[in-house]
Design a protein around this ligand. Structure first.
Ligand code: IMP
Length: 434
């Protein structure tokens, strides 16, 4: 399997960090291609827990190359902190195992400030962003006023680009949002300092990834957030500002789309969402709280309690089909063990109309009511199970049923946060793309 896309098939927080860390054993290169410090990929190694924001999850393995692609929005201060924290924990990081694209856009303090300020103006229509400056940074990228990592390494260019950018951003902060502006000289010095420290890592990552693939190395593309947060295909406007789907790889990693050999989605056995926006199968009462406590569903980046609800097979089928998924990984199955009955949304009702199709547009998703089918629970602790055949029959039946509803086979099942709490799906015959 020379190249593999692994993407979140729900609203993010599907357990990508753990699964990609597990799959990283078999990879040579792990590539992030979108998002930034809004992501929080949690990996548990023994008694230690690591939350990665920028760094690809392969960084916790020896001998892997990790890539921060051009499609990411990099906050250099946070990235340096992340690198130093891992180095202190005994993980060596340097040009031999980490490459940062010179074309990745840079998040500055004014992006973070404008992210928070813009949300306050939106009032009830606010998105509930992570406040990490993601939206304003990608907006500047599209407006062609952003700065890229390579700009931090050239002080004259940094000065001229940041002078122009801050003139506008300070006017916005001061005159629209009534906040103090930022000092240009201080910002230039800070950014140049970050650039100098990151310089040994900054390179043409697109060329690196393409060469690795041509040399038959195995490349894994690590998606952040999830399908429903994709700026084009998610629940717009309640989305993040990048293409979280497999479609983001070509542009965000500089990789030919016809060389993406396989795509796997990741979905929890239930659903969660952080921030605002439609969530048809949400449980707002005691059931939602029970799922939250059982699944410890609190944001890895912001600590916010996640909204919780049942698995939505309509949205999942849409996400898998949109991404051309060859299979998917079912995570957090153990969290459902205490439930006697497990509801799964199999259709939506809008007025008297019932449909199994995911509706187009966010407004229509706000109007649907989920139709549930209930499956029997298995009533046993499955966190110690490592072989598919050792799962209780009801759990095996649940997996078989749910993959039919999702329209693609389950390839792995995760039953806990530890690296080894993974069950390969038995009897799986995946067709290889030619
Ligand atoms: P932003 O990416 O910070 O602009 O936030 C936009 C929306 O995406 C908000 O609803 C966030 O809560 C959500 N979001 C961003 N990153 C993640 C993530 O990694 N997991 C889950 N939700 C996320």
């Amino acid at each position: 399997m020379p190249s593999l896309s692994v993407f979140g098939a729900q609203w993010g927080d599907e357990g990508k960090g753990k699964i990609i860390d597990h799959l990283a054993h078999e990879q040579d290169v792990v590539v992030r291609y979108q998002g930034g410090a809004n992501a929080g990929h949690t990996v548990v190694v023994g008694t230690r827990k690591f939350v990665l924001h920028h760094l690809p999850s392969g960084i916790l393995h020896q001998g892997k190359r990790n890539v921060i692609g051009n499609g990411m929005a990099v906050d250099p201060e946070t990235l340096l902190r992340e690198i130093e924290e891992l180095q202190r924990s005994g993980f060596p990081i340097g040009p031999e195992n980490l490459a940062v694209s010179g074309a990745a856009h840079v998040i500055f303090p004014h992006h973070r400030r404008l992210d928070v300020a813009a949300e306050a103006w939106l009032g009830k229509g606010r998105i509930g962003t992570t406040g990490r400056g993601i939206g304003p940074c990608y907006a500047d990228k599209a407006a062609r006023t952003g700065l890229r990592m390579a700009d931090l390494l050239d002080k004259d260019r940094l000065r001229s680009r940041l002078t122009a950018a801050l003139a506008e951003k300070n006017a916005l902060l001061e005159r629209v949002h009534g906040e103090p502006g930022l000092d240009l000289e201080t910002e230039i010095e800070r950014a140049a300092g970050f650039g100098a420290r990151l310089a040994p890592l900054v390179t043409d990552t697109g060329a690196l990834v393409r060469k690795a693939y041509a040399a038959k190395e195995r490349v894994l593309f690590e998606g952040a957030q999830g399908v429903m947060l994709d700026v084009d295909h998610g629940t717009y406007p309640f989305v993040t500002s990048s293409n979280t789907t497999t479609h983001g790889i070509a542009a965000g990693a500089g990789f030919p789309p016809n060389r993406i050999d396989r795509a796997w989605g990741i979905a929890k056995a239930y659903c969660t969402r952080v921030g605002e926006g439609p969530f048809p199968s949400e449980e707002v009462g005691a059931v939602g709280e029970r799922i939250r406590e059982l699944g410890n569903e609190y944001g890895a980046t912001t600590g916010r309690p996640r909204r919780c609800g049942w698995l939505d097979a309509v949205a999942l089928r849409y996400g898998l089909e949109l991404n051309g998924a060859d299979g998917w990984i079912l995570t957090n199955l153990d969290v459902l063990s205490p439930f006697e009955e497990i509801p799964v949304a199999v259709a939506y009702e809008r007025g008297k109309r019932r449909s199994e199709e995911f509706p187009f547009g966010c407004a229509s998703l706000e109007e649907v009511r989920p139709v549930y089918e209930r499956r029997p629970g298995w009533g046993a602790d499955i966190t110690g199970v490592r072989h598919h055949a050792d799962l209780p029959t009801a759990a095996q039946d649940y997996v078989a049923w749910v993959e039919k509803k999702a329209g693609a086979p389950v390839v792995l099942i995760s039953v806990g946060p530890e690296r080894d709490q993974v069950i390969p799906r038995a009897g799986l015959a995946l067709a290889r793309r030619s």
